[in-house]
Design a binder for this molecule. Structure first.
Ligand SMILES: NC(=O)c1ccc[n+]([C@@H]2O[C@H](COP(=O)([O-])OP(=O)(O)OC[C@H]3O[C@@H](n4cnc5c(N)ncnc54)[C@H](OP(=O)(O)O)[C@@H]3O)[C@@H](O)[C@H]2O)c1
Length: 272
């Protein structure tokens, strides 16, 4: 079990055995953190899982780990940078060739760095928006056009963040994630005619491989300001993703589910 996993909540005690049997799930950034945790839990519940990321070694290790909960035949991994539409097209084609079609897309991949807005260069700002917003659109458009729209069904969950009082300290990702939330609403309306649900998930501070990159003092102060007085876990975020992808949520579309211990309502995300 990776160090950021916790024993609870255990998806197999919450969701019916085999609830995602024969469902094909694509998870971007599935090689680590929240993406890997959700890939493992989807696999435990019967899904076929495809993951992508930029680091081939990390992906192969993750694929082997996911396969211990299903099988190598039901697991696909291939390097793909979501910023590059050609790579995304090739990854989606390869996933469909390997696993048949795509039922569920979790747009999880992303990255950013804490910085005061005045220190973010135009290139740095564009890089974060390109990754977190444009990359999400690249993957969404390819999966929808190549599988979900022709099949007239699909479920998309977009990763955003706690952006509800702006995102001071990470203005670039705040802008990008707000874009993803708005995209979520537009697509939910436009694609309801294709029976495609589109929702977003907004975690607060989660203990994961991603937040390990941030200075500890910043994280400690952010956690202290959270009403729950603790960070969330990758398992807690995963449980919400599984819910949004499950039949229990089939009439939910165009919404954002916050998984943040009430942090969006009170408390600063990052100290300035
Ligand atoms: N942890 C939190 O507190 C928190 C809160 C809110 C939102 N989030 C968001 O949740 C997502 C997962 O975060 P995490 O904490 O699990 O961190 P993580 O381990 O760093 O996960 C990010 C994943 O995205 C992949 N990735 C990044 N850029 C990519 C690109 N251009 N193309 C393909 N893959 C790419 C990374 O793999 P490669 O580097 O190998 O490409 C990595 O596997 C991220 O979008 C993060 O910003 C996290």
């Amino acid at each position: 079990m990776p160090s950021d996993r916790t024993p609870t909540p255990d998806s197999q005690h919450i969701f019916k055995d085999g609830i995602f049997a024969d469902r094909v799930v694509v998870i971007t950034g599935g090689g680590s953190g929240i993406g890997l945790c959700s890939a493992i839990e989807f696999a435990k519940l019967g899904a076929k899982v495809a993951i992508c990321g930029r680091n081939p070694q990390k992906l192969e290790a993750a694929r082997a780990e996911i396969a211990t909960h299903s099988s190598l035949e039901k697991t696909f991994a291939s390097p793909c940078d979501i910023r590059d539409a050609e790579q995304v097209d090739a990854f989606v084609d390869a996933t469909i060739a390997a696993l048949g079609h795509i039922d569920i897309l979790f747009n999880n991949a992303g990255g950013q760095f804490p910085a005061p807005a005045q220190n973010i260069s135009p290139n740095g700002f564009a890089a974060v928006v390109n990754n977190n917003l444009c990359g999400t659109f690249n993957m969404t458009a390819a999966v929808a056009n190549k599988s979900m729209i022709p099949e007239m069904r699909g479920c998309i969950v977009n990763m955003i963040a706690n952006i509800y009082r702006g995102f001071p300290g990470m203005a670039h990702t705040g802008a990008a994630r707000a874009g993803v939330e708005n995209l979520t609403m537009s697509l939910a309306v436009e694609w309801s005619r294709f029976n495609i649900q589109v929702n977003a998930i907004a975690p607060g501070i989660i203990t994961s491989s991603g937040t390990q990159q941030y200075p500890k003092a910043i994280l400690d102060m952010a956690v202290e300001s959270c009403p729950a007085k603790r960070p969330g876990t990758v398992d807690e975020v995963t449980a919400s993703i599984l819910f949004l992808a499950s039949p229990a949520a089939q009439y939910i579309s165009g919404t954002t589910l916050r998984v943040d211990g009430a942090h969006a309502l009170r408390g600063d995300t990052f100290p300035l």
